[in-house]
Design a protein around this ligand. Structure first.
Ligand code: GLN
Length: 184
């Protein structure tokens, strides 16, 4: 599996390491033509305003809008994919909405259908305010969704690439495998 990692800004290297660990081949994406032939895409954390500006500058916004394989967005990546930005995930999020004191924190999350807690690292994280009808909540923190799936799009408000736990990336790679088998 060749998985693109948007590498215009933010912590793309940690995602690459995680993908490699799981046997996928990460490909850094900085230009639209680099999306060709990829089986999936990761939009990492960083700063969403910077992402939007750079993506527009390079024409990546349109290219990602029409990219068909599964996409994983984390933190700023979740913001970039939401209703108010690229519009690929039917969620509405508030940037930096956890407040100044608790802007960055860690918490054990419950992953749907899994007994083992998942450590969530939240860094000036977006808060999910609205989820559309077709959106599946995969993990919550204090009753609010923090990991959701809208068809082939998976978005997390935390940073699964910053822990040793590979489960979120595994979920994503399962979606990639599923999409590949449908195409075949
Ligand atoms: N606060 C950042 C933003 O609004 C996101 C932070 C992150 O990705 N760690 O874009």
């Amino acid at each position: 599996m060749r998985i693109g990692v948007l590498a215009v800004q933010g912590n793309f290297r940690e995602h690459e390491a995680m993908l490699r660990r799981l046997g996928a081949e990460p490909v850094e994406v900085r230009k639209p033509d680099e999306l060709a032939g990829l089986d999936g895409l990761v939009v990492p954390g960083g700063e969403s305003t910077t992402f939007m500006r750079l993506m527009k500058l390079y024409g990546l916004d349109e290219a990602i809008r029409t990219f068909e394989p599964p996409i994983l967005g984390t933190c700023a990546g979740m913001i970039v994919l939401d209703r108010n930005h690229l519009g690929l995930a039917d969620v509405e999020v508030d940037r930096n909405a956890y407040g100044r004191q608790v802007a960055s924190f860690e918490a054990d999350l419950r992953l749907a259908g899994d007994e083992r807690p998942l450590r969530g690292v939240f860094i000036r994280a977006p808060r999910v305010r609205v989820t559309g009808d077709g959106v599946e909540v995969l993990a919550e923190h204090e009753g609010e969704p923090v990991l959701v799936r809208d068809g082939r799009i998976i978005v997390a408000s935390f940073h699964p690439e910053l822990t040793d736990d590979t489960r979120v990336h595994e979920l994503f790679l399962d979606a990639v495998r599923e999409a590949l088998s449908v195409r075949a």
